[in-house]
Design a protein around this ligand. Sequence first.
Ligand SMILES: *[C@@H]1O[C@H](CO)[C@@H](O)[C@H](O)[C@H]1NC(C)=O
Ligand SMILES: *[C@@H]1O[C@H](CO)[C@@H](O)[C@H](O)[C@H]1NC(C)=O
Ligand SMILES: *[C@@H]1O[C@H](CO)[C@@H](O)[C@H](O)[C@H]1NC(C)=O
Ligand SMILES: *[C@@H]1O[C@H](CO)[C@@H](O)[C@H](O)[C@H]1NC(C)=O
Ligand SMILES: *[C@@H]1O[C@H](CO)[C@@H](O)[C@H](O)[C@H]1NC(C)=O
Ligand SMILES: *[C@@H]1O[C@H](CO)[C@@H](O)[C@H](O)[C@H]1NC(C)=O
Length: 326
Amino acid sequence: MEANSISALGPDIEWKCILLIALTAGTLAQKDTNVCVDFKPTQNGPKKPVLPTVYSVAVECNILNKNFTTNYHEWFDYNNSRAAVDEHDSGARESAIYNFITNELITVDRKTKKCNVDSLSTDPNRQLFGYATSDGKAHIYTAGGALDFGRNFSEQWINQTTIRGIQCNLWRSCVYWDSINATMVVDWYFSVSSWMTSTMMNNAPVRAHVKGRVWQFGTPRDFEHIYEFTEFRNSIDRLTVFETREGVFCPGRKLTKPLPIPADYFHFQSEIIQSDVNLIGHIKEYFDKNTSLVRYDYTPMGPNTYGPDPQIQVHDFNTVIGLEHW
Ligand SMILES: *[C@@H]1O[C@H](CO)[C@@H](O)[C@H](O)[C@H]1NC(C)=O
Ligand SMILES: *[C@@H]1O[C@H](CO)[C@@H](O)[C@H](O)[C@H]1NC(C)=O
Ligand SMILES: *[C@@H]1O[C@H](CO)[C@@H](O)[C@H](O)[C@H]1NC(C)=O
Ligand SMILES: *[C@@H]1O[C@H](CO)[C@@H](O)[C@H](O)[C@H]1NC(C)=O
Ligand SMILES: *[C@@H]1O[C@H](CO)[C@@H](O)[C@H](O)[C@H]1NC(C)=O
Ligand SMILES: *[C@@H]1O[C@H](CO)[C@@H](O)[C@H](O)[C@H]1NC(C)=O
């Protein structure tokens, strides 16, 4: 699995790598008839719940066939065409922001603060939250689409059962991904309506169990993933998840808000904190473009040519002379 990008995001984990291979291999795809042998969907039983258009969730992804676990937090905001993911994978932590309005995927390594900006319409990581083309532009999937791995398929209600002690309804479907030539059985567990969730929301997703077979270069490989969903909420508490963190610079990012142009004259006071030497200072500044004059009033922080007393400095840009008064 590539370490330099937020791999696979939630349910899509690991599949990105397969996807890349499959796309370049020129697949001769067809459904594997040895998977989902007994599956014949019927329309009895309750319907699978419709997910809210805005949600947040924590996901533990257990990749059984590869003996590893990764953790995710996901925030999905269909209403504003954006999504975000925090990933903890193989010791590394990354954050990704999906912006379907600017068509950007912004990925930040949370340790080094290195940031990458990619076009959502071409990045393979778009798959989790969507990329539906109707007019050649990136579109976020519907909520159901995002959690259903972006596929539209028919499911069958199986029974009521208990997952992590939570009473759940189980729906099963057979999913075929032609882009990666994979066939899989997907079991979806949602809490029953009478089960009280922390947000009082009915029918929260509790687990997805995916078991299937993927073909690469004519060779089959079986896989099994279990996704545990916790803290499913129909709201997003911190909108800052859609912003890059403090101290992160993302080269090549689209400018969505121009820097304000300051007035021709202004003044302000500011506090200066030099944390490396444990010093706090203050300064007043006056700026006048018309007369090309700038004035600073301050008390020196640390050793200074003119001593420790408060000082006034005037910079005259007509003559390029700095005057100092003390
Ligand atoms: C795609 O999967 C089918 C089985 O479902 C297999 O027969 C075929 O060889 C696979 N194609 C490739 C290119 O691996
Ligand atoms: C996963 O662990 C099992 C049991 O220890 C082992 O047999 C198997 O080869 C491991 N698989 C991988 C992909 O490391
Ligand atoms: C999102 O939009 C839907 C449909 O307009 C609305 O019902 C829902 O309350 C909105 N959710 C949020 C969190 O704004
Ligand atoms: C799923 O497919 C049905 C019919 O094939 C279609 O009417 C429906 O809009 C699709 N839903 C989504 C979310 O794409
Ligand atoms: C529900 O169905 C699953 C899958 O067939 C089965 O493993 C489980 O034992 C069933 N649970 C109950 C309570 O019947
Ligand atoms: C600066 O010059 C502009 C245009 O000459 C004038 O409108 C403005 O009042 C001046 N501002 C000050 C602070 O003198």
